[in-house]
Ligand binder design. Structure first.
Ligand SMILES: *[C@@H]1O[C@H](CO)[C@@H](O)[C@H](O)[C@H]1NC(C)=O
Ligand SMILES: *[C@@H]1O[C@H](CO)[C@@H](O)[C@H](O)[C@H]1NC(C)=O
Length: 386
């Protein structure tokens, strides 16, 4: 198991031992945390009139569910509001990484350094949308909208993946939406991210789209730090990762390494509307003859980026390293350090999502155990000792 760097904010003293911590958490859980916090209104359907509320330039406030002054106001429409138990967030909050920190040590122990002074110094809050898109039924057994409250082991991998996105957004005060689009038989399902992003980028400064099998590997690392680290500029309309450097993943036209659309940071720029229009309308063949084949042929909308858009909009595209925002096991150079995208190994997705949570739980617990050794470890003579 990978252990995160020791955080000095994690309790050191005996008074913060596990038992006391658990007691406080229980008391908080029972008495203090009754404020309505997480709204499922974030889940929108494109069939409604305006799925995107007008986007105001947000001044960041700590999300109410992380606020320490927990009020007990009763929400009259509390049936549509779900209280996430406080401890879920408090487990991760002590590990929060600064947006402007020079270094970040990943789960694998690798140190990543900001290449230059941080461009983003303040939280962007609701200017960022974390977005999932789905056309399939997610109300079935183990699905995201399964009302029967599935057990962990029964949850679909894609459900766990989306919960990772949702939690990341809630922790850092970003907006979150799952956009549901009807299935279009003339287009392969993976196309649905394009109209969803095209619409959302009109309302948000940044739209981060992830496939259900792509996850944030460090929930405590804010997106703003990654924007700093990756050097996302005012001109970047879309950032996305390369596939592994393998002949199998070259595009057709110029034999460049493919770019993968499973994780996309879209940025609102003067060019974004044109860019997403060009993407969406490519199969009409007005601008790009031959593009219609990508409606249903693998790799669909991703092929449009790789065969056409990257050559017409080179300034708009920012290419991220496979090692940092994609994942291809055992390739040596595509470990998914910040975004783990489990496209070739979907069966490992549930384990990957759970491992993300493990890093906040077991290492601090072990540290507490080790710290309390004087009280809980008893040395005893062996039965054969004199
Ligand atoms: C960041 O990492 C580099 C290389 O490991 C190290 O030299 C430097 O001291 C670190 N800076 C901070 C502020 O920790
Ligand atoms: C980028 O955009 C911001 C806000 O629109 C502006 O303040 C800043 O000067 C721009 N930076 C560059 C390098 O153009």
């Amino acid at each position: 198991m990978h252990s995160p760097s020791y955080n000095p904010r994690w309790p050191r003293k005996k008074t913060y031992s596990i038992i006391v911590g658990l007691a406080i958490a229980s008391i908080l859980l029972i008495f203090a945390y009754r404020s309505p916090s997480i709204s499922l209104r974030g889940i929108v359907s494109t069939s409604s009139d305006d799925p995107y509320s007008p986007h105001a330039k947000a001044t960041y406030t700590k999300p109410t569910h992380l606020s320490s002054s927990k009020t007990s106001t009763q929400n009259p429409s509390s049936s549509s509001v779900f209280d996430i138990p406080a401890g879920l967030y408090e487990l991760i909050e002590p590990h929060f990484h600064s947006i402007t920190a020079q270094n970040f040590t990943s789960r694998t122990g690798k140190v990543f350094q900001l290449p230059k002074a941080a461009r983003f110094t303040k939280p962007l809050g609701k200017q960022i949308l974390i977005m999932d898109v789905e056309s399939r039924d997610i109300s079935g057994p183990g699905g995201l909208l399964d009302d029967s409250a599935p057990k962990t082991g029964d949850m679909q991998g894609l459900t766990l993946g989306r919960l990772n996105h949702y939690m990341f957004a809630m922790l850092h005060g970003y907006d979150y939406q799952l956009v549901q689009l009807p299935e279009d038989p003339t287009l392969h399902g993976t196309w649905n991210k394009v109209p969803a992003m095209r619409e959302a980028i009109k309302h948000y400064e940044y739209v981060v789209f992830l496939d259900g099998d792509a996850i944030f590997t460090h929930l405590h690392l804010p997106l703003e730090w990654l924007l700093n680290y990756w050097g996302i500029t005012n001109d970047t309309t879309m950032a996305l990762a390369e596939d592994p450097n393998d002949p199998f993943f070259l595009n057709v036209k110029k034999l460049n390494i493919n770019l993968n659309t499973g994780f996309v940071i879209a940025h609102q720029t003067p060019k974004s509307e044109e860019f997403f229009d060009a993407w969406m309308t490519c199969p009409d063949e007005h601008r790009y003859p031959g593009c219609a084949m990508w409606k249903l042929t693998h790799t669909h909308e991703q092929a449009v980026v790789n065969e056409y858009l990257r050559y017409d909009y080179p300034e708009q595209l920012h290419i991220l390293p496979c090692n940092e925002a994609n994942r291809y096991m055992n390739s040596g150079d595509c470990e998914g350090e910040f975004i783990g995208h489990y496209w070739p190994y979907k069966e490992e997705l549930p384990g990957g999502v759970k491992e993300v949570m493990d890093q906040y739980f077991w290492p601090p617990l072990q540290k507490g155990y080790s710290h309390d050794r004087d009280h809980i470890v008893k040395s005893m003579k062996g039965p054969k000792d004199p």
